[in-house]
Every structure is written in C-alpha cells, then in structure tokens.
Design a protein around this ligand. Structure first.
Ligand code: ARG
Length: 566
C-alpha cells in the first residue's frame, strides 16, 4: 500500500505541477535515505531543472500541491530538507486505512494481468528416467509462479513438456525386447527401464553394432512401427504414473502433458520456414542456423535427417503461440540450459518474430547435499517419493515429541513434511543453489516452512477461542513500533506479489512471509491479546486475523499446505 500511495502521489503531482507550470513534468517518488527522515521522499532537483525556477519557489509549490492531494490525510508531516521533500505517514490514519481496507476488500489485489496469458513450461521430466532433484525444483518453482500469476489476474497455462522422445527410446526398446522382463518393468518401471538403459550401454561398448540397431528401431518408431509405438506408449504411461505420485503429494497439476513427441509431426513446418527464410545452412551434412559471433549455431537437423531438442522446442513454441496466444512464455529449467534458451530466442528473432522478447528462461541453481551436487548416480537413484516420505516421518517424530495426542497426526505430518521441502526451495532466490538438509528443513524453529505453519496455527488457536468484530476498533493501539511494523508489512502484500512476478521468483513472497511471521511473534511476545477491554481485544484480534489470512494465502501461493492444528 505504501507503493500505492507513492504512485498516487507521483501521478497526481505530475498532473497538478504540469498544470501549474504549463509543461510536462516528471516526478520521482522514493524512499528517504534514512528512515528517521520519514517514509516517502521527493527530490526537487529534477523539477527545478525542467521548469528553470528557483529551488525555493519550486519546493514551496510542491509542498502546496501535496497538501491539496486526497492522500494527504494519510500524512502527518511534510518536511523540506535541502533538495528533498520528506513525507511521514500518519500512523493512526494509515493503520485505520489498512485495517478498514482489509474488511472491505479482503486480500483482493489489482488484476494487473487481466486479459493476459502466460504459458509456463515446468517440471518436464524425461520418460524412462528418474525424476531428478532438478525436476523437483522446476516443479516447485513453476507451480508457485503459476499461482502468483493467477492471483494477479493472469490466465495461466501450465505445461509439462515431457521428455518422451529421442534416440534413447531405440535403446530401451532394443534392451526390453532382448533382455527385459515385463513384470519387473510394470512393477517398478523407472528403476527397471534405467537398468535396461545402463545394461544396453555396457553391451554396446563391446558390441557397437547395437548402437546401429537402436538407431534403426528409433527410426522405425518415428515412422510409426506399431509394435514399437505400443511399447513407447506403455513406457510413457507407466513412467507418467510414477510422476503422478509425486505430483499428487505436491498438489501440483498441469493443463497439458504434451511432451516432445507431440511435436513430431510439427517440426517439418519449422524446418521449411527456416529454409524459406534462408536461415538454414548446411554444415558437414547437418542443418544449422548461424547465430553470429555471440553464440554457437543452433543445430536443427542432424546429417541423418533426425531432429533435435531445439527443433522440437521451436515447434512447441509456435504451437503454443498459435494455440494460447500467450503474452509471455516461461521455461522453468536449470541454469545448465542457459545457452539452449538463448539460442531458441535468437532463432525466433532471426525468423522475424517480435515475440522473442516474451520468451523467458526462468533458470535456477543446483540442489546440494553437504555442499556437493545432489545427483542421481548410476545405480543409486534418489527416489523422490522416498524423500517426501522421509520428510513426513521426520515431521511425525517432531509431533510425537511435542504433541503426541494430536488427532490425524500422520496426515498433518505429511503436510508439514512436503511443505517443508517446498519452502526450503522457495526461500532461496531461484538462481542460487539450495542446500538439502531434511533434518533442518522440518524444524519448527528457524527459517522453515513448519515455522510459518506453526505461526498460523498459533494465531488460529487464539482466534478459535474468541469472537471478535471489526467495529469500533482502537486504531491508536497500532502506532507503536512493534505494531506499526506489522501494519506496514500487511500493507506491503500486494507490492510483494508484484515484485515476485517481476523477478519470477517466489522467494520474494517466501521471505516476506518469514518477516511477517517474525514481526507477529515479537508482537505476540510483547502484547497480551486477551485483555478485558473489549475494544482493545477486538483490535488485536482483527490485526492477528489479517496476519493469519495473509500467511495462509501466501503459503498456498507457494504451494504449501495450510494446517489448523499441529
Ligand atoms: N526434459 C528436459 C530436461 O529434463 C526439460 C525440458 C524443459 N522444457 C523445454 N521446453 N525445453 O532436461
């Protein structure tokens, strides 16, 4: 809300000063260099420069105009210090405004995304391969960005661009037909398919002819060989069923599971268009798009005619543009694919489409364990389900220690465990690496998911025991530092969501919620809520009710689960 006030002041001052001086004037509204100078600051220099009048005269005029603005009733002081005009909020009026606004509008925010569509491509694991910790990051970050965008009024299309195509399927099919075991695969699809893939490679080392056989199978698969097609479909289905277990645990969903294979018949059109636009160059039998000196060329077609990852991404991009008419498309994929997405953009630009500017690679860092990259080493697969289950078990240990009689504790432990993993990821700015320490992330104290859930539960239990109304509140109670910190933080909610969108980083919201929770906890330590004075009690209950609702909505936007008892 402070941002809103700043915007109103800027806009209205510009109109009134432009009218006054008879020329168009830009006003800058910023934060003062130090908080004891006030809450809002307006530098006068630039205005002086534009109107070429003495500083004193301009400053007086600006002060006069501010006094005439409607928002001036939220200001207590207007001070001129050198070339700046500093404004201090009237804490009483501001608190009243924030609280009253909540009881009229709830947590509704301006629908800045109205009429705009954003496609998000996230999760996107590779069929017949384990769901990696990188895919987990993509899933968590993408899902939360989607929620935040929806909150801001955007139409969001969530796409799981499955890696369900590529030469590896020739290998897997060969291995499956020659030394696979159907029952084992059905029982434990991903693990068994990975085993087959690894076995294939070991055999192919001694017998390179197998590589040719696999290529042959893949080619036939592409051309529609029904036996291979059926196997491929089966592998896709059983793999997807595995991933679904993870999605269900995380409460994640998609609008489309069109993976790479879906674009099989849509790539020729791209190749043709590149040809028609004279962008394709032959390079040792392969087809490339030259991207100048900044970047290596994009490899579009191999010498044997087969297409590549980027070819499928181009086809997918044009399909999405045509189907969803997106305003932006986001690819939530790790840092290691930076070049790929730069090339994708560059090719689209070369093709003459302006919408290359709306393509954003939402990159992210690694998951570390004890400071080292956490990976799925050969034969030792980190099974995501197991990790999620382990987190739930650790949470259950905690509950058994603290509140053993809690009803439904298994289910609650699951919610805590899963949310703990989500929050541990999202509290970091996405391009940073994330340390994966289960023990630490399920802790109820510290910068953790359970800490937020616990704060919300604490407030809920106070609210449950008391009725309250929002009439006749004592706003004067809210002007002391420890209360006004809360008021200001509540007022920031909308700006925070917009900032999270700007940076495409849920961490902005995650950190904000930690702040809000810690301000609440210090307020709660200082103030008695259950006082005899009814108006005072009401006021405090209203305040913590709003905080609880922001915490809950914020957690939901991050993809976490809200609980009422723990
Ligand atoms: N399947 C790919 C991988 O695991 C990620 C796909 C990302 N999306 C895309 N449109 N390229 O590396």
């Amino acid at each position: 809300m402070i941002d809103k006030i700043k915007n109103i002041i800027r806009r209205e001052l510009e109109v009134s000063l432009s009218g006054h001086y008879g020329e168009s004037i830009n006003v800058v509204v910023e934060e003062p260099k130090s908080s004891n100078l006030g809450d809002i600051s307006i530098p006068v220099f630039s205005i002086v420069k534009t109107v070429r009048k003495p500083m004193n005269e301009v400053a007086d005029t600006v002060v006069e105009k501010i006094k005439g603005l409607e928002v001036s009733n939220l200001l207590k002081e207007i001070n001129r210090v050198g070339g700046f005009i500093n404004l201090t909020l009237d804490r009483l009026a501001f608190s009243k405004n924030v609280i009253d606004n909540y009881f009229v509008n709830g947590l509704a925010v301006e629908q800045v995304g109205e009429g705009k569509t954003i496609v998000i491509d996230y999760s996107s694991p590779n069929i017949a391969k384990p769901f990696s910790v990188g895919h987990l990051r993509s899933t968590i970050i993408g899902h939360s960005i989607g929620n935040i965008l929806e909150k801001l009024g955007y139409q969001v299309v969530r796409i799981n661009h499955l890696g369900d195509f590529g030469t590896q399927f020739g290998k897997i099919i060969y291995a499956y037909l020659n030394f696979g075991d159907k029952e084992k695969v059905d029982e434990n699809p991903i693990e068994e398919l990975v085993k087959l893939y690894v076995e294939f490679h070991e055999l192919a080392k001694e017998n390179p002819i197998l590589e040719d056989k696999a290529r042959e199978i893949f080619k036939e698969l592409e051309q529609g060989n029904p036996e291979y097609q059926k196997l491929w479909e089966h592998f896709r289905e059983v793999s997807l069923a595995e991933y679904m277990k993870v999605y269900e645990m995380l409460n994640v969903y998609f609008d489309s599971y069109n993976g790479e294979a879906f674009y099989n018949d849509k790539m020729q059109a791209v190749v043709d268009e590149l040809k028609a636009k004279d962008l394709l160059k032959k390079d040792e039998g392969a087809m490339i798009v030259d991207l100048g000196n900044d970047m290596p060329p994009a490899l579009i077609q191999k010498s044997d005619g087969s297409t590549l990852y980027i070819t499928r991404d181009l086809a997918a991009l044009f399909y999405r543009k045509k189907t969803y008419h997106f305003d932006e498309v986001l690819y939530v994929v790790g840092n290691e694919q930076k070049l790929h997405f730069e090339q994708l953009k560059a090719v689209v630009k070369k093709m003459g489409y302006d919408f290359y500017q709306d393509i954003h690679h939402i990159n992210f860092g690694l998951v570390l364990q004890d400071g080292k990259k956490m990976s799925t080493r050969k034969g030792k697969i980190v099974k995501l389900e197991d990790v999620l289950v382990e987190a739930s078990n650790l949470s259950l240990d905690y509950i058994n220690e603290k509140n053993p009689c809690l009803i439904n504790k298994e289910e609650i432990a699951r919610k805590i465990g899963v949310s703990a993993i989500i929050f541990n990821d999202l509290k970091n700015y996405r391009t940073n690496d994330v340390e994966f320490d289960l023990q630490e992330m399920v802790n109820f104290v510290g910068q953790t998911g359970p800490y937020l859930q616990y704060t919300s539960v604490r407030i809920s239990s106070v609210l449950e025991e008391n009725n309250f109304t929002n009439s006749e509140l004592m706003y004067g109670l809210l002007i002391q530092d420890h209360s006004f910190d809360l008021i200001k933080t509540i007022a920031q909610y909308e700006e925070i969501l917009n900032k999270a969108k700007e940076e495409y980083s849920p961490s902005v919201l995650a950190k904000y919620l930690l702040n809000l929770a810690s301000y609440f906890n210090s307020f709660y330590a200082k103030e008695k809520i259950m006082v005899d004075d009814l108006r005072e009690r009401n006021t405090k209950l209203c305040l913590i009710y709003i905080i609880r609702n922001i915490l809950d909505e914020g957690m939901n936007l991050l993809g976490m689960q809200v609980i009422r008892k723990m």
